[in-house]
Design a protein. Structure first.
Length: 118
């Protein structure tokens, strides 16, 4: 009996990358949450390259959020299509008063005296 050969089965999945909007650097440990109404369907954490992946999803529209310390939370919609891997990337903005190590204001001598009064 011949074996039917066809397209490989592709489950619905969601992948993406989270980066800093200003520096274009990946943001590690961002929490990605996928919701159907008020029900949390799945969560994922970004890896050191800012990448995340959520598998075994039902084909439909979801609400998705990206939350990272020091960044403004992003809330959006994403449509997962049947038999496809959907990509949803995020560019996150730092919240006011948040600096990268290179941007921390220092005195002329390089000290941080402004932060710790004596």
């Amino acid at each position: 009996m011949p074996i039917a050969v066809g397209k490989p089965v592709v489950e619905q999945a969601l992948i993406g990358t989270v980066k800093d909007k200003d520096t274009d650097l990946p943001i590690m440990n961002t929490t990605i949450e996928l919701n159907d109404g008020n029900i949390v369907i799945a969560t994922s954490q970004t890896n050191p390259d800012g990448k995340y992946e959520i598998n075994d999803l039902e084909a439909k529209e979801y609400t998705i959020s990206a939350v990272a310390e020091g960044y403004t939370t992003i809330l959006s919609n994403v449509i997962i299509s049947a038999g496809e891997v959907t990509t949803k990337d995020f560019l996150m903005e730092r919240t006011a008063g948040t600096f990268t190590e290179k941007e921390i204001p220092k005195d002329a001598d390089g000290s941080l005296s402004w932060c710790c009064p004596s």
